[in-house]
Design a protein around this ligand. Structure first.
Ligand code: AMP
Ligand code: SF4
Length: 460
């Protein structure tokens, strides 16, 4: 099956929005730091100044690097939106950082989003033929252009509805106008977005961990296809599009989200722990001890150890001061990156058969190297147990895991994967158990089974 190469559109991010909250930019700074795991390439905050104009600061780097006291002070006011951006393989430019500011004299606004619009190229070329100019490859600019060009007479609701009607794919979007905050989710519900209450004001955030950080009280999730308008009259909800499906991204639960977040009523930690329990039931390991690959598989390893009665040990440690290894331009850089990030603990694994629980195998870099590390440290056997099904299909909804030819499980059997990794055994969680762990009947599992909930617009 051929896939459209629309990877330049990938945006994997976190968003926040504040309405009528004192020191909104300071709170956004804190909330964005707690969403830092969703993006480390760059970040930004757009705020409504007390005079009604919009201010913006954004830059490349971590939230604490981009925002100093002076930059936060330059964004006074009680309403703002913020964004953290994930580093993708082939998109780097400053122009792609968000929020995106739509500078219209009459109706300026700022927009930030998390996700990936699958028909972006098609809509963009349609608009370009009609004279629209784009300065970035970001979906946000496209989204903002559609809203801005439909803003006749300042009817925000109508303009956002028009934009949503044309866009297909995954998005959790926040839009800030001088007098209101809008938040919407795509009709499938791929990316999470939660609403919280803070004093007399409101907060929206990609994950509930950000609400907890700023002391907001969780109110509810924004529903798939729902648009929230938050203004002086309170919160007003309308549904712009419904499919009846509820395709929350399974990888949010498996890997992406923070374990202390709750997504659509399911605690991420509890999900992972249950997946570990079910993984052990499906594929027990003849091991002396269990270890996680710090830290993303910790919760699954707790579940696996608990169910097996084996001790959970610190067989691998992580150097916290090393940046992420996943998105690196070359394979050799990725290999060195894993060695810099992870190390086996010889005093724990020497002479032992080790069950290693990881959340996923994508290209296989991490597993192959850590199996070798554990053997070098004296492990007698290494049994890999993966708390998700084989990752065999590329994601088009905002998780950049590479093209199909880069995915280890794309055209290999489990035995061939075991051989590539060099482990004594490799076993994966079933899709059935994945759903059971989530306690829900529907999730997007396209990267495991190739069943994409949307059209992929392969005729682009
Ligand atoms: P790989 O080394 O390519 O097999 O990547 C697998 C490792 O990367 C696993 O240990 C996961 O914890 C982590 N991982 C999975 N998905 C992603 C993602 N979208 N971005 C970054 N890391 C990921
Ligand atoms: Fe998530 Fe996979 Fe679906 Fe992408 S394809 S949205 S990573 S479950």
């Amino acid at each position: 099956m051929a896939f459209p190469d629309n990877r330049q559109w990938h945006e994997e991010c976190g968003v926040v929005g504040f309405y009528e909250v004192d020191h909104a930019a300071t709170h956004a700074f804190m909330a964005l730091q707690s969403l830092q795991h969703r993006g480390q390439q760059g970040c930004g905050i757009a705020a409504v100044h007390p005079d009604g104009s919009l201010g913006l600061h954004k830059g490349a780097g971590l939230v604490k690097e981009v925002f100093k006291k002076e930059t936060i002070d330059s964004l006074p006011g009680t309403s703002c939106i913020g964004h953290v951006r994930y580093p993708t393989t082939n998109v780097g430019g400053q122009e792609n950082l968000q929020p995106f500011l739509y500078t219209s004299r009459e109706h300026p606004f700022a927009l930030a989003h998390n996700g990936n619009i699958v028909n972006a190229e098609r809509v963009k070329s349609y608009l370009e033929k009609r004279g629209h100019l784009f300065h970035s490859t970001s979906d946000s600019e496209l989204f903002a252009d559609l809203v801005g060009s439909n803003l006749h007479g300042g009817d925000w609701h109508k303009a956002i509805a028009q934009a949503v009607r044309l866009l297909d794919g995954a998005y959790a979007t926040v839009i800030l106008t001088p007098h209101a905050l809008f938040a919407c989710r795509d009709r499938y519900g791929f990316r999470p977005l939660s609403l919280g209450r803070m004093g007399n004001g409101y907060v929206v955030a990609s994950e509930t961990c950000a609400l907890d950080t700023v002391g907001a009280t969780f109110v509810r999730d924004v529903e798939p296809g729902e648009l929230l308008a938050i203004d002086a009259r309170g919160v007003h909800s309308t549904f712009l599009a419904r499919t009846g499906s509820h395709c929350m991204c399974a990888m949010e639960y498996i890997y992406f989200a923070r374990p202390d977040s709750v997504i659509e009523g399911c605690s991420v930690h509890a999900f992972r722990r249950r997946s570990g329990v079910l993984l052990q039931a499906e594929h027990p390991a003849p091991a002396d001890l269990v270890t996680c690959v710090p830290e993303s598989s910790m919760s699954a390893a707790i579940g696996f150890a608990e169910a097996s009665g084996l001790p959970l040990e610190m067989g691998l440690i992580k150097n916290m001061y090393v940046a992420r290894t996943f998105i690196q331009p070359t394979q050799s850089m990725r290999d060195v990156g894993v060695r810099m990030k992870l190390a086996a603990v010889p005093s724990i694994v020497r002479g032992k058969s080790v069950a290693v629980i990881d959340d996923s195998i994508v290209r296989g870099t991490t597993s192959r190297i850590l199996v070798q590390m554990l053997r070098d440290a004296g492990a007698t056997a290494v049994h890999m147990r993966i708390a998700s099904p084989p990752y065999a299909w590329p994601c088009f909804y905002g998780i950049d895991t590479g093209t199909r030819d880069q995915l280890l499980a794309a055209d290999r059997t489990v035995e061939q994967i075991r051989d590539f990794i060099g482990a004594d055994s490799v076993e994966y969680l079933s899709t059935h158990a994945l759903l059971e762990a989530s306690g829900r009947t529907q999730l997007c599992t396209a990267c495991f089974d190739g069943n994409y909930p949307t059209d992929l617009y392969q005729d682009n």
